[in-house]
Design a protein around this ligand. Sequence first.
Ligand SMILES: [Zn+2]
Ligand SMILES: [Zn+2]
Length: 343
Amino acid sequence: MKALIMQAPRADLSVSDAPDPACPPDGVVISVHACGVCRSDHHSWTGADPTPLPHIMGHEFAGIIEEVGPDCGLRSGQRITAPFILGCGHCTDCTSGQPTICADQYCPGFHGPGAFAQRLAIRAADFNAVPLPDTIPFDVAAAMGCRVTTAWRALSDRAQLQPGEWVAIHGLGGVGLSALLIAKALGAQVIGIDPNPTARTMAQSLGADHALGADALEQLKQITQGGAHVSVEAIGLTSAFAASLASLRKLGRHVQVGMPTGNHAKPPLPLLDLVYSNQLSLFGMRGLSAAGFAPLLHLIETGKLDLTPLITGHISLGDVQAVFEDMDRFAATGVQVVTDFTR
Ligand SMILES: [Zn+2]
Ligand SMILES: [Zn+2]
């Protein structure tokens, strides 16, 4: 099969032949029809989130089942997607509905070969696969995961966002814009914050009530009459973490969605001034279970959540490196989806 191969951090990526994946006994092999390009892939490419080498990235996939293992109940020809965290399917965390904390989890594109390739193996597929309704195209399904699925769980589950509340979203890349669309679908009021004016313009076109630069804390406090109820850190930067906590009102809820790597892994925490005195809640957040996709797919199918404006380009495997270079400069907007796996 053709795949996009990374030989070393920051080395030029090449579209080359790679061995077809073996089908796990309890899993499937899919032909990949779409795979989103994500800042988490960029973390792998830069070496900030190291992977085995050589490596195939890509974890936001959708496709058609080509091969089914003997212990799997799915069938060839089914259209599916899956979370980027594949649970083992049988530990107590998985069976209690929390596979994102499974100690034996496996993430395609990080722990092993991913979906910037023509084929991908998915283990424990009865547990992990999410059948796709015919009305949801492959590119939309790819644009969902991980950004939309993550944003969905962050707001609906972790932060328990209520209609009418103010949400501040720090970082308007793929996951930040996804959080914006979901917050609006849940009836909240949204302030997007990003130093990049192009990202702010896009946020406003997607329905943000306000889009502010990174130094507009006072304006945010005025608009929200004291601060946001919920704040989402959606980029993984120390500065955005600090801004997120500062943008909350008393009893506000911060959700950490961006992955803080490298120098951003241990930011200062204003424990007395903000967390203790203002009685803030801090939520960690990573991934969504396969079972958790149902209400999100329903929102999309019923037209309450339209993800198509998030997709800013359909590209080939060989174009992924240019997207990473845009991410270096924080110049990428929306979601680029690989749909051509031949070159
Ligand atoms: Zn498990
Ligand atoms: Zn992702």
